[in-house]
Design a protein. Structure first.
Length: 233
């Protein structure tokens, strides 16, 4: 009951300067919460969103945006809108309903994919994808924010003399060490021709559709032998 009262108070403070909260299971006890007091409570949480927003701008190589669209019920809160305007130096658009924007966007994307709407919305990879190399290090093949659909590949080799099998561990993440990234799956490529380490050429390819489904392929360039796996990033 108290959570319900708090939720309603949060919503009401989006357009009121103060609200009276009834304390459940009490003898008509109430508490008056002002918007100023509410903002001081939530400010440390909202401020945590600043750096991720600035990082998103840097990753997209943007210094400014054309329009600012806020989505989700939380963006109705004046402090959220104020901080968003400070970050992006744009006033949020008020012609769109924050509660409906995500659903409308999903419907538009569905119409685009089905061919009913002739618009182009480009999706990107949220994190880098790559494989584990010697020393447990991450070797990215698909960089974060790459546009989907995509096809990327890199050439690798063996780490031991006469190595006839390689295990390709596939990871997603931005950390240098794979143990700090997310493991997606693995491919085992067998029957590599015996040769000194560093001689065999193994092509690792990532191919992705607009839904973010990846087909990862390991191919021995000399023999043409290959193995593949499907992972979801």
């Amino acid at each position: 009951a108290l959570q319900k009262e708090a939720e309603q108070a949060k919503k009401d403070l989006s357009y009121k300067e103060s609200v009276v909260i009834k304390i459940p299971h009490s003898k008509n006890e109430t508490y008056t919460l002002t918007r100023k007091e509410f903002n001081s409570i939530i400010s440390p949480i909202i401020e945590k969103t600043v750096q991720p927003c600035l990082k998103a701008l840097r990753d997209a190589n943007l210094e400014q945006v054309n329009h600012l669209v806020l989505v989700g019920g939380m963006t109705k809160m004046p402090l959220v809108r104020e901080i968003s305007q400070r970050i992006f130096k744009k006033k949020p658009l008020t012609t769109l309903c924050p509660d409906e924007s995500v659903a409308k966007g999903a419907a538009i994307q569905a119409a685009i994919l089905s061919g009913d709407v002739k618009k182009l919305l480009l999706d990107v990879t949220s994190l880098s994808l790559g494989i584990e190399t010697v020393g447990g290090l991450m070797s990215p093949i698909v960089k974060r924010n790459s546009t989907l659909p995509l096809r990327k590949s890199s050439i690798f080799t063996t780490s031991e003399d006469n190595q006839q099998e390689v295990i390709i561990n596939i990871y997603q993440g931005e950390n240098e060490n794979v143990k700090d990234n997310h493991f997606l799956g693995k491919i085992i490529l067998k029957d590599i021709d015996k040769a000194p380490k560093g001689v065999p050429k193994i092509e690792i390819g990532f191919e992705a559709d607009v839904n973010g489904i990846y087909r990862v392929t390991a191919k021995d360039i000399l023999t043409g032998k290959e193995q593949s796996a499907e992972v979801t990033g």
